[in-house]
Write a protein that binds this ligand. Structure first.
Ligand code: TIU
Length: 221
């Protein structure tokens, strides 16, 4: 057991029962020309977390622990994309439309893949998900159960959308969840802060938060 100096209080880490979930570090969210930008967002903020996220992944690789990379994307025929999602708002391009990195948020296209700096290696799980939460319509729950995982470390984008949704899904399923605060980001800094404040309030009602350095240190305790 290692102790992570976390908020709102220390997190008792059991590395043998821990997995890292890296949420949606895809070119479509992080690089110009992708889904994030079509929604009207400045994507540069998200690029800043790549080094800290790489350090977190490296720590898990060195400790030989389970790493899951998720990708929010849809089948080429859009059969898993509800019209209510595709039609939402007034984006410059919609899910499935051709963009500079291929069809927006479609499985197998360049834009839907993980950024090169954080690319999964052999043995890591890559999980495509049609929703914001990684448990919805995916085998994630069964995969974690098979491996005896009880604690989840979270990183990725965006803090208040796919990361928060997945942490809430995991919390309801009985996992202890901790978010790496310098390995997650939002297009809106105030939303990142609010999401972290909400999740850690009321005695870690959804989960804990700590810097990458504190998490990696505890992996090797
Ligand atoms: N738009 C936004 O903030 N996020 C998403 O659409 N997906 C994820 O957070 N991955």
């Amino acid at each position: 057991m290692g102790t992570i100096k976390a908020r709102p209080f220390d997190f008792a880490l059991d590395p043998a029962a821990t997995a890292l979930i890296v949420i949606d570090m895809q070119r479509d969210f992080v690089e110009p020309g992708g889904f994030g930008e079509t929604l009207g967002n400045d994507v540069t903020r998200l690029q800043a977390i790549i080094p800290a996220t790489a350090a977190l992944i490296d720590g898990f690789r060195k400790a030989g622990l389970t790493i899951v990379h998720t990708r929010e994307c849809h089948q080429p025929d859009l059969s898993d994309c509800p019209p209510a999602k595709r039609d939402r708002g007034n984006p410059s391009l919609r899910i499935g439309d051709p963009g500079p990195m291929g069809r927006i948020l479609i499985s197998g296209e360049t834009g839907a893949d993980i950024v090169p700096e954080l690319y999964p290696i052999e043995g890591e799980i890559v999980l495509d998900k049609p929703g914001k939460g990684a448990f919805y319509a995916t085998p994630l729950g069964d995969m974690l159960k098979e491996r005896g995982i009880r604690q989840l470390v979270f990183a990725g984008v965006t803090t208040e959308v796919c990361v928060q949704t997945t942490m809430r899904e995991a919390n309801d399923r009985g996992y202890e969840c901790i978010l790496a605060e310098d390995a997650t980001e939002s297009y809106f800094p105030e939303f990142k802060k609010a999401a972290i404040d909400m999740m850690t309030a009321q005695g870690a009602i959804v989960g804990w938060v700590a810097p990458v350095s504190a998490i990696v240190e505890a992996l090797h305790d």
